[in-house]
Design a protein around this ligand. Structure first.
Ligand code: SF4
Length: 370
């Protein structure tokens, strides 16, 4: 029985590798067929590909290897220059890790990328996936390289009914069983290419797939429904009331948010609430001499306005009133905290996107002028 299973996995990898030999992507960090991989190129590309797509990485990779053709060159570089070459790729911590690792390898391993996974895992910026990929691709060692492509492919091959988050171990084990007996680097890259060219997230091209005979959903309309999606919990809702207070010239009151946490120390419109229930009223006023504000003529804008934060959804109401500036200010500290800003100057002060959204709404409603 085991022998039969082994044979199936070997036929699987043969079909996949045959397809790869004829369809592989030509990427600048890859060795040409018959050539040996350059471990520095593999390492550099894997770091750049963390959180960034291949198309974006290619020009950066080419500029890097032209400027720093070896890991020693990179180690000797000035970090400010590396940052400059990295600018636009995002996640700058990666550039810092790259430089630190290059220095470490240069000093401790005579400029040679280690071929041991255990050692690789001790280096800054190299985690489980990156170490596995370097081991397979740069050194052709047996290594189970499981990225998002592999997870998608195997969850389709085995028609896994749970979201990936809950089946990582299961997918890892399946993937381990299907490893070939040689060509580990090519096999890892074949799965990457299959995931990128054929078994794509939204429209898998099953009729062109070299492993369709092994796939439990291949060729059916259900293929694209795998991996199963994680059911997202509905975001909690909160309700906040924002004040649009205008002086006699139509200038709008902006305050510096003293509170810690969200929007701390930023320019904001005064607000109250942000409760989980809609329990604010226009009498929940906020600033010195507040009793003097009770009698203002408030207009509540009821039109639904929403802002989505990472952890909750904020339902926004806006209360508008005209106010005599002298009613507003208490002691010296208030004078520094509150300011009336001319609407034409709103674009030149830093405002969080939530406040920009409210101001745009007020402009659209002709409550404040552009
Ligand atoms: S047959 Fe279709 S769903 Fe299955 S692995 Fe191939 S492309 Fe993906």
């Amino acid at each position: 029985m085991n022998k039969i299973k082994t044979n199936i996995s070997q036929i699987f990898s043969q079909k996949l590798l045959f397809w790869y030999d004829n369809n592989r992507r030509n990427l600048p960090w890859r060795a040409q067929p018959g050539e040996v991989s350059n471990p520095y190129f593999v390492y550099l590309s894997e770091i750049m590909l963390q959180q960034t797509v291949v198309k974006t990485v290619i020009p950066y990779f080419l500029r890097f290897i032209k400027k720093w053709p070896s890991i020693q060159n990179l180690a000797n570089a000035d970090f400010d220059e590396i940052s400059l070459y990295w600018a636009g790729l995002g996640y700058y911590r990666r550039a810092k890790n790259l430089h630190e690792t290059a220095n470490f390898i240069s000093k401790n391993f005579e400029g040679k990328i280690p071929s041991s996974k255990k050692l690789l895992l001790t280096l800054p910026g190299i985690g489980e996936y990156t170490a596995s990929a370097i081991i397979a691709i740069a050194f052709n060692k047996r290594s189970n390289v499981v990225d998002g492509n592999v997870e998608r492919i195997f969850s389709r091959l085995f028609k896994i009914e749970k979201p990936i988050k809950d089946t990582k171990k299961e997918i890892f084990n399946y993937s381990e069983k299907y490893l070939p007996k040689k060509r580990y680097g090519d096999y890892a890259q074949a799965l990457m290419d299959l995931g990128s060219l054929i078994c794509t997230p939204k429209s898998p091209r099953c009729t062109l797939c070299p492993i369709i005979d092994f796939c439990r959903v291949g060729g059916t309309v259900n293929a694209k429904l795998y991996p199963k999606k994680q059911i997202k919990n509905k975001k909690p809702e909160r309700f906040g009331l924002f004040y649009c207070l205008l002086n006699e010239n139509g200038d709008i009151l902006i305050t510096i948010n003293k509170n810690q946490g969200l929007l701390a120390n930023m320019n904001v419109l005064p607000s109250v609430g942000w409760y989980e229930e809609k329990k604010f009223t226009k009498n929940l006023l906020f600033i010195p001499k507040e009793e003097s504000l009770f009698n203002l003529e408030w207009k509540i804008i009821e039109k639904k306005l929403i802002h989505i934060f990472t952890h909750f959804k904020l339902n926004i109401s806006i209360a508008v009133a005209r106010i005599d500036q002298s009613l507003l200010l208490g002691d010296e500290s208030d004078i520094n905290r509150y300011k009336f800003v001319k609407t034409k100057d709103l674009n030149s002060i830093a405002l969080p996107s939530l406040i920009k959204k409210i101001i745009k709404h007020l402009q659209d409603e002709n409550i404040i002028l552009n």
